[in-house]
Design a protein around this ligand. Sequence first.
Ligand SMILES: *Cc1c(COP(=O)(O)O)cnc(C)c1O
Length: 425
Amino acid sequence: MHELIENPVEEPPSTADEPPGTKADVPAYLWNDWRWQMRHAVRTADQLSRYINLTPDERAALDTPGRLRMQITPFVAGLMDRDDPHCPIRRQLVPTVAEFMSCPDTVADSLHEEEQSPVPGLVHRYPDRVLLLATTLCAAYCRHCTRSRLVGKGAGAGVRDWDAALEYIAAHPEIRDVLVSGGDPLTLADRVLERLLSGLRAIPHVEVIRIGTRVPFFLPQRITPELTDLLRRYHPLWINVHFNHPKELAPEVEAALNRLADAGIPLGSQSVLLAGINDCPAVIKALGQRLVRNRVRPYYLYQCDLVEGAAHFRTPVAKGIEIMESLRGHTSGFAIPQYVIDAPNGGGKVPILPNYLISMSDTHVVVRNYEGMISSYAQPTDYPGHDREHCEYCNGRQGVSALLSGQKDAIRPEGWQCSHVKHDA
Ligand SMILES: *Cc1c(COP(=O)(O)O)cnc(C)c1O
């Protein structure tokens, strides 16, 4: 209960008789206060209509009891185009009727996180790192949310579960990287967040802490000097923000990113490829360039997950390949994200790229560049192979990597034995 009181997002939602204001009619000291922004988040059609002229479709969606509640900070509501329903910020945050249409390919938990969760609030999918869901609350809710099954549903369920998660991490020395996400961990009050970070730092084998957050966009006021002072005490600490469109980088957002970067925090950005929002090579290129100007390195570009309510945001994978083709060579390498499909059934992130390798012989590799130029790379003919004897890092390899080193000679799908190996009766 203690935690819940300290978590400001637990305060009662704003009511219709206290409508949120726009920047023009709210005193700056309130507008710039992140708690004021949270308390006055837009949650009803009436409140929203102070910022934008709702279309009949948006109104109908807001009148339908939702799977994922609407919540938009006044700051972000003010960035939305009043009249254009195609505004990329509006499209990400204001529900439309399309999200209620069922699609046979989508499910609530498309990444099978529940199955890969050893204790509540923790997902352990990869050998050396875990995902910790610190809270179920966000400053605003993205209509394409991958965790819409969990987020925005009242009390911050994650908070109660930290002890079990910390115990699990402490008991697993192979975990060297903890990704704190949610919900959005930066909606937690400083003291609550600090309790989690110090709990993680007390575990000697946790080398890197990462925070996944969209607060620098939704609530840049939250990136206070007190917060950056707190975060810098837990280095090495990395932050991944979620940006989908260059329009999101308003001056206040850029200033918040600057404060984080000045605290020595390496910043990355994860984006989701979304139909009607950023399904354009020029938009993704402009986004990457805008991000690196703000010391944010584009990290992943996700193919939209097969999550319920987000089917209308999906593009064909071909769109992502087309976008990647328009980036490599055309702009700075560090402005290019890795395009991935987070494979359904808990398969994890799989990189997808255009083909640059045209062909090869035992002596030459033929590649093509972004311009279509085809070149031949002469391979060494006298490579002795890696000297494993004298390499202190060489150890057991797993998965397909183990096939390459000869430690394994096959990976068989489940049930393969039954259908392929003849048993004596
Ligand atoms: C994305 C993700 C990670 C982190 O993956 P990286 O490729 O290291 O960024 C870790 N655990 C889970 C469950 C994830 O979904």
